[in-house]
Design a protein around this ligand. Structure first.
Ligand code: GRF
Length: 202
């Protein structure tokens, strides 16, 4: 079993998809073991509780330095013997201490086809740019913003009359399929990495 720690800040629909995959036995040998939110009011926490997963709030606000928040997260993950860290709508930057505690073991999902449209409001960025195809990306986290090696992507067509909500919803539906698949592949040791290039073996 590979114990997965999920970091969240918001709604938690990706978390929900991952927990449902786990409940169906489709995530094995990945095991969601802990959900950490930096926001005490994140709806994602309720989703985790309903699924019987242990939850923790590590509020970033009392920490004066980013490095101290990072250390608190790292400690909590270590205490719970987490092997793999999955960011699922986590709206804080993960710092060097956490990354070095989990080398090649921190992944994120982003709602665009990276390297296009990193950062906030990726779906809005794609619409404003006039992109015709967007999608989502699961990637290893490095010290940049949405810049780590890409593990897997799914494409979504942008329709002429899409607004941000419509495009986001269609991308999100793909996220919910892609993320559990990647977590399972990681736990099965099927993600191969050679420098910047990472891929899933069948
Ligand atoms: C998703 O669009 C994800 O790609 C991005 O943040 C959003 C999280 O949504 N990183 P949810 O909390 O999983 O519903």
């Amino acid at each position: 079993m590979m114990r997965v720690g999920l970091l969240v800040s918001g709604s938690g629909t990706n978390l929900q998809a991952i927990l449902e995959a786990a409940a169906q036995g489709d995530l094995n040998p990945a095991l969601p073991a802990l959900v950490i939110s930096n926001r005490p009011d994140a709806p994602a926490l309720e989703r985790a509780r309903r699924a019987g997963i242990e939850t923790l709030v590590v509020d970033h606000r009392p920490f004066l330095r980013r490095a101290d928040f990072d250390r608190a997260l790292t400690r909590a993950l270590r205490q719970h013997q987490i092997d793999l860290v999955a960011l699922a709508g986590f709206m804080r930057i993960v710092g060097p201490e956490l990354l070095s505690a989990f080398p090649d073991r921190v992944v994120n999902i982003h709602p665009s086809l990276l390297p296009s449209f990193p950062g906030l409001h990726a779906q809005r960025q794609a619409l404003l740019y006039g992109a015709k195809i967007s999608g989502c990306t699961v990637h290893f986290v490095d010290d940049g913003i949405d810049s780590g090696p890409i593990i897997a992507q799914a494409a979504v067509e942008v329709q002429p009359h899409d607004d941000e909500a419509a495009l986001s919803a269609r991308i999100l539906a793909q996220e919910h399929l892609l993320y559990p698949r990647v977590l399972r592949a990681l736990a099965e040791g099927r993600v191969h990495r050679d420098g910047r290039r990472a891929w899933i073996r069948p």
